[in-house]
Write a protein that binds this ligand. Sequence first.
Ligand SMILES: Cc1ncc(COP(=O)(O)O)c(C=O)c1O
Length: 386
Amino acid sequence: MSKYNFDEIINRKNTNSLKWDFAKERGKKEGILPFWVADMDFRLTNEILNPLIDKIKEGIFGYSDPKDDYYEALISWYLKHYKINIRKENIIINSSVVSSICSLIRIASKENDAILINEPVYYPFKLSILANKRKAISSDLIIEEGKYKIDFVDFENKIKNNNIKAYILCNPHNPVGRVWDKDELEKIVSICKKYNVFIISDEIHADFCYEKEFISIANFDTNYAIVSALTKTFNIPGFKIAHAIIPNEIIYDNFKNDLDKIGYSQQSIMGLVASKTAMLYGEEWLSELKDYLWNNILYVDNYLKTYLPKIKLIKPEGTYLIRLDFNEFNLTHKRLSDLIEKANLWLDDGIIFGRSGKGYQRINIATPKVNIDLMLKSLYEVFKNL
Ligand SMILES: Cc1ncc(COP(=O)(O)O)c(C=O)c1O
């Protein structure tokens, strides 16, 4: 028996939701069904909400900083969920993973230096590199035996030929859903060590691994920073709370200096409370949520195989995002976009994740199954006879 009702439809319209309320501003039709930005259409459990409500009732929201109990909750979370020991003196709490990535890019490289990524990948990686006037070099992922992989020959060549200073690893990988294996991470580490490349490991999706264990970069002896947050896990990105784990003392100090340079100091009090209570009281909810998400993934996979076999899906090992391949229809980019719009769906166009994304669409399946059904039936109506 499940304790939580993830089937509940919650009207998110007129809540300032980026996903539901900004169609017109972003060039989409009003009333379009959104499956794009990575947040979830599920309500938080009362175990987490009640402490937040209590905090609101205090009525005073002054400056605040994390106390030891916050660090203890985070350290326990890492030990329990990823089996690694992190140390308080290596942790920095800030407001967003992407801003951590920007800081680390500035610290690990100079203007015009090159930073490596694996496209298709979460597009703010490239935007952050370019915004900081560095060059973005991609070692594009390949598909081999029905699986997304890193082409390690290309990976090493790109590092060598471009004098790469830092590499942004996405683990689990958004949008392809790979949870990198131990031997893949060993290869990454060994090549990065050989060329003195700093590893920025974005592990924000670590709590969404299905039938597979997540392995953090912290298990390896290399020069790295983990950038992460509990905001994906517990659907609280609006609270703007994240953390970086930086064992290298010099880089840690430089990160702190970088925060000083942009005038960032105290954290959002509600972010601290939400993130801590979620870690303390959200385990059961998360466990049921993961089952629900995995069932949504299996459902989409099965539906496509049965009714729309030309649309291909390589089942993700992690994240709540899926990448659908429409290339068998041989459509131009414009025609595919028009058809997705005709289906009244707001998806993320594969092309934004890198040049290898042509013909792909990313779909966020963290929504009640009724919406998944609507999305699949809309796709069916538009693509069934093509
Ligand atoms: C891989 C990855 N990193 C970072 C983020 C966003 O993190 P933040 O909102 O803390 O900047 C996302 C959100 O989708 C993501 O998928």
